[in-house]
Ligand binder design. Structure first.
Ligand SMILES: [Zn+2]
Length: 71
């Protein structure tokens, strides 16, 4: 535990604007996210590794550290 990474992110739905605080996995990228507001399934923008990088206020833990290992 370095304590450097942030594990809670606020995702904002680009469709309905609903905001939800989610907990991120330390070593995994979440590629799909179901909006709690409108139910749309969010996917990352091109070039982003996960929905947190695309829609949340903080990058996912792997991106905060030494990069995402998904690929
Ligand atoms: Zn939504």
């Amino acid at each position: 535990m370095s304590g450097a990474a942030i594990f809670h992110a606020t995702i904002t739905c680009p469709r309905c604007g609903h905001r939800e605080v989610e907990v991120m996995a330390i070593d995994a990228c979440q590629y799909f996210y179901d909006c709690k507001g409108c139910g749309v399934v969010l996917k990352p923008n091109p070039g982003d590794c996960c929905v947190f990088c695309s829609y949340a206020d903080v990058k996912c833990p792997p991106m905060q550290g030494d990069g995402c290992s998904q690929s």
